[in-house]
Design a protein around this ligand. Structure first.
Ligand code: GLA
Length: 390
């Protein structure tokens, strides 16, 4: 049984325990890791994420006895009762806002939400920078599509989930996380042009290499406000440069305007311009199985996020330093922080044959530097949102 089938069986069993019958529908949506292209989606550039084998799963059936969309979180043993007889608004518990936002999105499209009983579980680590919230949003959207038969276009679906995050969770995120959770494919990375929203699948199926995800298990509370501030700084840079977004500019243009912007805004823009170029080159390197080149671009991305964009933290830098010290000969091609930053995960491109030794070296090195146990796992590129039982 795959990871996902096992998880689906567990959630179905939780549903059965609660309601005394098997669920009618089971749906899932994955978290993601971004290989490269960080803090680029809201600058209209290219990003290169993949869906991971960690999922939000919902098992459900219609409810004849209530007028609510009731979701039982089997992990934290808490139920969210969402009244669907009126336009859905924000409400308790906090995590239900991701679900509420998606329901509201469907209501806005004129889709009548059925009363449902839902059991829910997620294996996407919370606050780990692997898009647990996008997985929950896209999972909810997939359940509503399945239960109502009102399938919506994948791009529209991802945008609806992003809007839920903006309006119900208050995070002004870009489009990357929701797009990959909807559109991920097995053995493929997704090269997403965040301006045109065009996607290209990049094969990542060479068995000799693997992506290792290293969760630092730290989360710095700064992240919410810092994220919005980075967006504003990028907008300020674009305004000074006279362009719609930093996608439209070059290093030469930036250098010419250096004197008219603050040093911080200059560095933010330098990261974005460089990262867009690195992402395009990394996709090309991966298409050609040029792993050393892809790995070096990952290191360069990390340095830029650390020094120019300032969204890394000591623990992420420690992981990247340890990975770099292991080196190519011992199987590490590259490593970088992934996701919004300020904690969460790093991602390393490694030789499959060395995974065990590298995992141990990173775990030991990280523990001795920080006193913290990292959580380390490999994931192949997974499929996006799926209906397991319809
Ligand atoms: C978070 C956001 C994404 C993206 C990344 C940084 O994950 O949700 O939209 O901006 O940060 O690349």
């Amino acid at each position: 049984m795959t990871n996902l089938q096992q998880l689906a069986a567990r959630v179905a069993a939780e549903f059965q325990k609660l309601y005394g019958r098997p669920p009618r529908w089971i749906v899932a949506a994955p978290g993601r890791v971004n290989v490269i292209g960080e803090h680029i989606d809201y600058n209209d550039g290219f990003v290169l994420p993949m869906a991971i084998e960690r999922y939000a799963v919902m098992a459900a059936d219609s409810s004849s006895s209530s007028n609510s969309f009731s979701v039982y979180d089997a992990q934290f043993k808490e139920t969210a009762m969402i009244d669907i007889s009126a336009p859905v608004t924000k409400g308790p518990p906090k995590w239900s806002n991701y679900i509420r936002g998606v329901i509201a999105g469907f209501q806005n499209r004129g889709i009548k939400i059925p009363a449902l009983n839902v059991a829910f579980m997620s294996t996407v680590p919370l606050g780990g920078g692997l898009s647990s919230s996008a997985a929950l949003e896209v999972c909810t959207a997939t359940l509503i599509e399945t239960a109502t038969g009102a399938a919506i276009d994948p791009v529209e679906k991802a945008l609806l989930a992003q809007k839920a995050e903006h309006e119900f969770a208050g995070v002004p995120c870009g489009i990357m996380d929701q797009f990959i959770s909807v559109m991920g494919r097995e053995s493929r990375l997704l090269l997403l042009d965040c301006r045109s929203r065009k996607t290209e699948l990049v094969p990542m199926d060479d068995p000799s290499v693997a992506l290792l995800i290293v969760n630092t298990n730290v989360k710095h509370e700064l992240s919410g406000g810092e994220y919005a501030q980075r967006r504003l700084q990028c907008e300020a840079a674009a305004k000074i440069l006279g362009v719609a977004s930093l996608r439209d500019t070059t290093v030469e243009m930036l250098e010419r305007s250096k004197a008219s912007m603050s040093e911080v805004v200059y560095r933010r823009a330098r990261h974005v311009i460089g990262e867009i170029e690195r992402t395009v080159h990394a996709a090309e390197a991966i298409r050609n199985s040029n792993w050393p080149a892809a790995g070096n671009l990952m290191y360069a991305s990390h340095a830029s996020l650390r020094d120019d964009y300032e969204v890394s933290c000591k623990e992420l830098d420690d992981v990247v330093e340890i990975a770099e010290s292991i080196g190519v000969k011992a199987g590490v091609f590259g490593c970088r922080m992934t996701g919004g930053g300020f904690g969460g995960c790093a991602v390393a491109l490694v030789k499959t044959g060395n995974v065990e030794a590298i995992t141990k070296q990173i775990a030991d090195g990280y523990k001795s530097k920080t006193g913290i146990n990292a959580t380390i796992f490999v994931s192949r590129p997974a499929a996006g949102a799926t209906v397991i039982k319809a």
